[in-house]
Design a protein around this ligand. Sequence first.
Ligand code: GDP
Length: 486
Amino acid sequence: MSASSTDPIIAIATAPGRGGIGVIRVSGPSLQAWAGVLCGQALKPRHAHYLPFRTQDGETLDEGLALFFPGPHSYTGEDVLELQGHGGPAVLRRVLEDCLARGTDIGLRLAQPGEFTQRAFLNDRLDLAQAEAVADLIEASSTAAARSAMASLSGVFSAEIQALSERIVQLRMLVEATLDFPEEEIDFLETYQAAARLDGIRTALDEVLNTARQGLVLREGLHVVLAGQPNVGKSSLLNALAGEDVAIVTPIAGTTRDRVIQQVHIDGIPLHIVDTAGLRETEDTVERIGIERSWAEIGRAQVIVHLQDARHPDDPLDVEIVKRLPAGTPVLRVLNKADLLAAGAKGLGAQGLGVHGAPEDQPGAYLPEPPAPAGATSAAPAVQLLQVSAKTGLGLDALRARLLEIAGWTPGAESPWLARERHVRALEQAREHLQLANEHASHSDQVLDLFAEELRLAHESLCEITGQFTSDDLLGEIFSRFCIGK
Ligand code: GDP
């Protein structure tokens, strides 16, 4: 992305396809005169002009509204022209091409993805976390995510980061000043109650970090893979969780030959659930490819739901499957078709649900191969046992709750803003530097310059979030993921 460029740029800002209206957006440092000629009349700032969109030869391409926003009080901080016409791909393309043809004199070119928002960032209309929130708001797949993205966009998250930064800067100023007067260094920590100040900052940062982690779950969700033998009810479970028929359910083994991914929202958290081909020995080539893909999916999962038939919890094939599950990935062992068990036979709980935390319920079933002596199984995935019925809905609430718990979501917790992986990482880095600063401070022969340096690094990590301290590469990466016209 040409970050330094100030060429006028143009793009269709509305989504591709047909719609009631379609918007073309132009941004550049000085567009007023050009916009007036293009529209055949002088445009009053922030005023809706209803007019025909005509070519230079006088052909009317469309008619609609023209709006002119002079910089710096516009989305990008530059002059912005918006043409709102009819939302059809052909008509929008014609207007766009006409604008481009008539904009060669001023160097008008097509905008790259995210370039309007990048200009807003470069012109200080938004900080980086807010610019990211624009993309997150557009991409939000649930009400909760949209609400939190909007909060980030309005600057709630940035304000928290700013407040932390200011507290660190104040402490830095005191240390740096002391460093200029070596004779005062010895008393620095006491004189300025530096340890208490640092503690306060660390506590505040931990709170922000916890909220950011929740915000990350809300944005990213959890990657769940349903694995198990054919016919245990994987597709039925996916449908039951999704509340609609997405996967083909049949009583013939081996029907799901490829993976089906469905996004299911629980409490606003997106769960990306992959239904895989049933795992079994097979001569069928196509089915075998499907099974290989299943194992690949299982390798990528954040949590594996190993589905079994509740009537055969000790099936030898399941023991084989368990042996191949990757160590370290949490496994939820779910016994489906609990409705077919003789009533009361398994001592089901209030919701017809038995939750047992340990593999000991089924001796041997989840031991790694070769059978290991007690105490040597720490590398085996943590296993949880649930009983459900995809058919009657029995136990599904508990399954949903368990999945959210694994995702790291605290039920009922508000996530005031949406966070990204890079925000959480930056906060964790800042936390480590503050931790190191604390160690330097609590040393008997405190080394003030090292203390100061860690504070500086912590501050720098926070600045990465809002973009005051960000490499061009990172900027390019962030904005290139935007859609065109944003
Ligand atoms: P998959 O091959 O693991 O995806 O299994 P399907 O979802 O296609 O289900 C196989 C068969 O089991 C179908 O006939 C389903 O109707 C049936 N089935 C699935 N879940 C349940 C359940 O909880 N209870 C009962 N009684 N039948 C179920």
